[in-house]
Write a protein that binds this ligand. Structure first.
Ligand code: CP
Length: 331
């Protein structure tokens, strides 16, 4: 059966653990012909450093072929709406694009961030779901409104540090950034930390920065079935107190979504959510991580980023291994 990798919620914990275990063996033995004669079309609607590099190099280490396309730049702009007279900028429809790429390639991977205009539209994840609808090969999420490849790298890195993660105290904290950013990594953080049996706390400055109920509910449900706890707080001290893992991300308010002046006015009061040594000092000797890219001394201080407990670079390095493992499993 064809298996997409769009959301980890469609994969069981044991299936994900299989991917992580195989990623560890690929770290030891990176060059194997596991993707020989296989090809992956990678479509980037948004910029990337880690995702692009780690996929392309990883695929070549397994003797596969990666083709990188940027629709609207080096490939034709694509229309996603149905029943539309295409007299705008778009030159072809996702129906043809997905079928044509399926005829050349064994997998289609997509990076498509939300449009930041209307969350009720963006939350349907229409771009990647359209590819999944019309493609006849597996579709992989390279970050849309979730970032499942980052989730795998995050958990592998934490398992390398702690071993078993069951019952660990995990904090996802909102942190300041001058612009509203995608909620994908935050959504993903809740999904994967709860799935892997941790007690999950979400710290955000106010109700305006709560994540979509889909992810809050999924994390609550995962925690319930794992016998762990899930909570939301706006209080920095109680959130950091006793945490064993601190994961930071900045994201845009869903309340002010598409209203930049209101958003900027709201977030200007929350610069103190920066991750610093004082906050890390309240934890239970916690490790810190972030998906990167990260603005130093805005999202986290130099002291935090340069500390031994900062796993952000190790997590980025693990992207390559987990993606190689995941592609091997689905192809
Ligand atoms: N973390 C991450 O996906 O990095 P890039 O945006 O550079 O790919």
């Amino acid at each position: 059966m064809m298996k997409n990798f769009i959301s980890t919620q469609s994969w069981s914990r044991s299936q994900l653990q299989d991917i992580l275990d195989f990623a560890r063996s690929l770290k030891e033995n990176p060059y194997q012909p596991l993707l020989k004669n296989k090809s992956v079309a990678m479509l980037f609607f948004n910029p990337s450093l880690r995702t692009k590099t780690s996929f392309e190099i990883g695929i070549s280490e397994l003797q596969g072929t990666a083709v990188i396309l940027q629709p609207g730049k080096d490939a034709w702009p694509i229309e996603f709406k149905d029943n539309i007279e295409m007299n705008g900028d778009e030159e072809e429809h996702v129906k043809e694009v997905a079928q044509v790429l399926s005829s050349y390639c064994d997998c289609i991977a997509i990076r498509a961030f939300p449009a930041f205009e209307d969350w009720s539209v963006d939350r349907t994840d229409h771009v990647i779901n359209s590819f999944a609808q019309y493609a006849t090969v597996p579709v992989v999420n390279m970050e849309t409104i979730e970032h499942p490849c980052q989730e795998l790298a995050h958990i592998l890195t934490l398992q390398e540090h702690y071993g078993d993660l069951q019952g660990k105290d995990y904090l996802l904290t909102w942190t300041y950034h001058p612009k509203p950013l995608n909620t994908a990594v935050a959504n993903s953080s809740l999904l994967i930390a709860s799935k892997f049996g941790m007690n999950v706390k979400l710290l955000c400055p106010s109700e305006d920065y709560l994540l979509d109920e889909r992810y809050i509910n999924a994390a609550s449900k995962n925690c319930l079935s794992e016998g762990t706890s899930f909570s939301v707080t706006h209080d920095i001290e109680s959130a950091y107190s006793g945490a064993e893992i601190v994961y930071a991300k900045s994201w845009g308010s869903l309340v002010h979504y598409g209203n930049l002046p209101a958003e900027l006015n709201c977030r200007k009061d929350f610069k103190h959510f920066i991750v610093d040594e004082q906050k890390m000092g309240m934890t239970n000797n916690a490790v810190f991580s972030h998906c990167l890219p990260l603005r130093r001394n805005v999202k986290a201080t130099d002291a935090v980023m340069d500390a031994d407990y900062c796993l952000a670079v190790k997590e980025a390095a693990n992207r390559k291994h987990v993606q190689k493992s995941m592609l091997t499993k689905i192809l």
